[in-house]
Design a protein around this ligand. Structure first.
Ligand code: BT5
Length: 324
């Protein structure tokens, strides 16, 4: 039973080095001591280090570098987001799984997360490199009371949340490149993919896909990404606890989503402008059917990029790839 196994792991974590009595746990959940012992063996196979102390119980010595439910819940401080987790060692794309889960009525704040993706995707189905245990590959299902046309701004909500989380956990300030990239030292560390399940006048679910490079070294990136991607570890020189970072991201995404629902885009826009690197720059916006060039003025109250073209007119852009 997954829930009892998770509960046992959670108790081991919460005991912070003190022993948990196998007998007491067995009694509480109506199990045999052998059943408990089997769970402990499974944890050890998953990479946990547990020692068994005579007459006292089990002590958690070390946990593996995994973004499983227990490791995330150890740090989570949200009201709703991230308390329901679908965790995978490997999957094609958490985005696909999250769409299915949302269709099947997964609750607000459900997180689908995987150690590895074999077919991670970006916008326009571009491939997203998702190496095993090196990054954060996750899709959060949120069900805010928003109109469908307010959904694209959730990309900017998430971007602000991610920058703040990175700041808290890694102590470095990243910048946001409109619309969906987070950059460090001119290279991409995070991409956001916002997708919508909607009725004509109401958002049913927003699937917030977040891909973040965390513990890669230079040699972990394939050639085509070497010049354009970086990781938190490369930027700050130390291994980062992914579970802690995830809990921090979820906390800020929850905070700012509530803010957006209650007060509209105004306060998010202010925060966003503080972290963006685009205003005042000359840029090229590459869209599906055309490319335009001009000076970036900033973003509108709806989250569109405002570009002043050379003839002086101002163009609002919904989505594009930006070349600075
Ligand atoms: C994005 O697309 O940046 C959105 C990426 C979203 C990925 C998450 S992971 C969890 C969830 N499940 C999924 O399947 N997807 C989401 P876009 O702006 O289109 O950028 C894609 C481009 O980024 C690619 O064409 C590459 O050039 C580059 N790229 C691919 N993998 C990368 C990586 N790991 N780090 C940096 N850049 C990468």
């Amino acid at each position: 039973n997954m829930n009892i196994k998770n509960e046992l792991l959670k108790r081991l974590f919460e005991a912070e080095g003190k022993p948990i009595s196998g007998q007491e746990f067995a009694d509480e959940f109506g199990l045999s001591r052998t059943a408990i012992w089997k769970y402990i063996k499974e944890f050890e196979e998953e990479g946990y280090e547990i020692s068994s102390i005579k007459k006292k119980g089990y002590v958690l010595i070390a946990s593996p570098d995994r973004v499983n439910t227990a490791n995330i819940h150890k740090y989570l401080q949200t009201t709703t987001y991230g308390w329901n987790i679908d965790y995978y060692e490997s999957c094609d794309s958490t985005q696909n799984l999250a769409h299915d889960a949302a269709q099947a009525d997964a609750p607000d704040g459900t997180l689908v997360i995987s150690e590895e993706q074999t077919a991670g995707k970006g916008r326009l189905s571009r491939p997203w490199n998702s190496a095993a245990q090196k990054g954060i590959w996750m899709s959060l299902i949120v069900r805010p009371s928003l109109m469908p046309q307010q959904a694209p701004q959730m990309t900017l909500v998430a971007a602000v949340a991610i920058v703040r989380a990175i700041e808290n956990v890694a102590g470095i300030e990243a910048t946001i490149k409109w619309p969906n990239d987070i950059m460090l030292n001119g290279r991409k560390i995070t991409g956001i993919l916002t997708e919508l399940q909607s009725e004509p006048d109401r958002v049913k679910a927003i699937i917030l896909g977040i891909g973040m490079n965390v513990n890669q070294d230079e040699e972990d990136f394939p050639v085509e990404l070497k010049e354009i991607a970086t990781s938190l570890k490369i930027a700050c020189g130390k291994h980062i606890d992914r579970a802690k970072l995830i809990a921090e991201i979820l906390g800020f995404v929850e905070l700012y989503t509530k803010m957006y629902e209650k007060h509209g885009f105004g306060p998010i826009k202010l925060l966003w402008e503080g972290y963006s690197n685009i205003a005042g720059k000359r840029i090229r916006a590459v869209m599906l059917n055309e490319t335009v060039e001009g000076n970036a003025l900033g973003i509108s109250d709806e989250g569109l990029l405002e570009l002043q073209l050379d003839d002086g007119t101002v163009r609002g852009i919904y989505s594009a790839d930006i070349v600075i």
